[in-house]
Design a protein around this ligand. Sequence first.
Ligand code: SF4
Length: 350
Amino acid sequence: MGAASYPFPCRNRIALSATIEKLELPEPDWRALLRDAVRDPEELARLLELPAGALGANDPGADRFPLLVPRGFVARMRKGDLQDPLLRQVLPTSLEAAIVPGFGPDPVGEQALAHAGSLGKYSGRALLITTGACPVHCRYCFRREFPYAEQTAARANWEPALTAIAAMPDVREVILSGGDPLSLDNERLGRLVAGIAALPTVRTLRLHTRFPVVLPERVDRGLVDLLASTRLETVVVVHANHPAEIDDTVAAAAARLKPVTNALLNQSVLLAGVNDDVETLRLLGERLLGCGIVPYYLHLLDRVAGAAHFEVAEHEAVALVEALRRRVPGYLVPKLVRERAGELSKTSVA
Ligand code: SF4
């Protein structure tokens, strides 16, 4: 996918960002940036210098799961290129209407969470669905059909979920998922983290978030202070799929997160037409490493309805990872995994 044509983020810009912080210039307000995200395919077409109508404003997928993409992410897309790998991740298309056997609304069996106060329990870990909101709508997302309106944990200020975790002394780690848990503002997130930190048996807080990649301004001083001040060990798992997603703003956000996290990891989804070639995965791993982020997981697509056109066959994925292993050191080879409904952890594929 032409990965080599994207410039590497410039370390001098990271230094500039640090200088700005020292000067205490006002931070951009991430909430205002999110409110200003692009929601109209016609506007996206104009910004990308594509012909009017090229982005299918009337595609059926747009109704149920509308376009949402921050302007900073749009700025990383190639102009005039309908096949741009970042654009493909966010653009509703008529392909989403295809009914494909094996693809359904709940591919990993998570909708039961919506009826259980948003709390899932795995071996030693509890997963909390904190919010349905996201900074971007990824067309391949397995939660695109998740009935967030039914989930109750946030509405009840997470009290039932925290009470339930308190009754599970073997839970050592609480995983905040969504949606995207960094959609909560620092005050609400701080209350939730304090509630988790008050549970004496919980040692680790894990956050799964796409914000540092698609809206890196979210990693503001308030968030950094919050992570720095909790007694919990923190693991932040970001989500980048293509090297062009990682520009100097993402590198700067990672530089702010590194000192306040115990581990900074990345998970990607293997997506046809986006990152299903060795060179793209190689460059993605190198760019993540340049930001101090470990390329940890490469997920096979969850078979959610509307996303079949992104699927890479398992045998092709295995061959891809084997080819990558021959090209790069082992620490740049992510684990190839699949989620299976009802299983307690991800299943390793290669
Ligand atoms: S949950 Fe994550 S992958 Fe899914 S739409 Fe939201 S940001 Fe994208």
